[in-house]
Ligand binder design. Structure first.
Ligand code: CA2
Length: 148
């Protein structure tokens, strides 16, 4: 039997998402990651917490996925552009789900309605589930899926 799953959710965001709120509001809205972190506090059921992180560095994102495995934390992952080409992030995502931990892939926009290069995800097939196209509500729905 595997160990219990933590009620502290890691919300991991990939490259350029640190610039949210500054450009392309028509695609990504006008709120930033600090606003997301605040919203998640309100969305979390009693007893659950979340921690929002962002990196432009693939190796750092992979290290955070390893940390999720080691600390048994569920993951909400917006891999940003890594979604479309990173087999290394995919392999790290497999480690999370194979450890029996939920990993929900999220996107603020709907990549399937955009350029063709955005219509393939290396992550989706190994994620527990995918939520895309609902702005920051994609994260709210992912949190609801994780917390039940
Ligand atoms: O819709 C999403 O959440 C994406 O993961 C965002 C990624 C994009 O590469 C994916 O196809 C879909 C890009 C994030 C770029 O974020 C920016 C934020 C503000 C200004 C410019 C870019």
């Amino acid at each position: 039997m595997s160990a219990a799953v933590s009620r502290s959710v890691l919300v991991l965001n990939g490259p350029n998402l640190g610039r949210l709120g500054s450009r392309q509001p028509e695609v990504y809205g006008s709120a930033d990651l600090a606003d997301l972190a605040e919203a998640l506090v309100g969305w979390a059921p009693e007893g659950w917490t979340s921690e929002v992180r962002q990196t432009d560095d693939e190796s750092e994102l992979i290290a955070w996925l390893h940390e999720a495995v080691d600390t048994r934390r569920p993951v909400i992952l917006n891999p940003a552009a890594f979604t479309h080409y990173s087999y290394a992030v995919r392999d790290a995502a497999v480690l999370v789900t194979e450890a029996g931990l939920p990993l929900v892939e999220v996107h603020i926009s709907n990549p399937h309605a955009r350029e063709s290069f955005r219509q393939h995800s290396t992550i989706s097939a190994v994620a527990t589930g995918v939520v895309a196209g609902f702005g920051f509500d994609s994260y709210r729905l992912a949190l609801a899926a994780i917390t039940g």
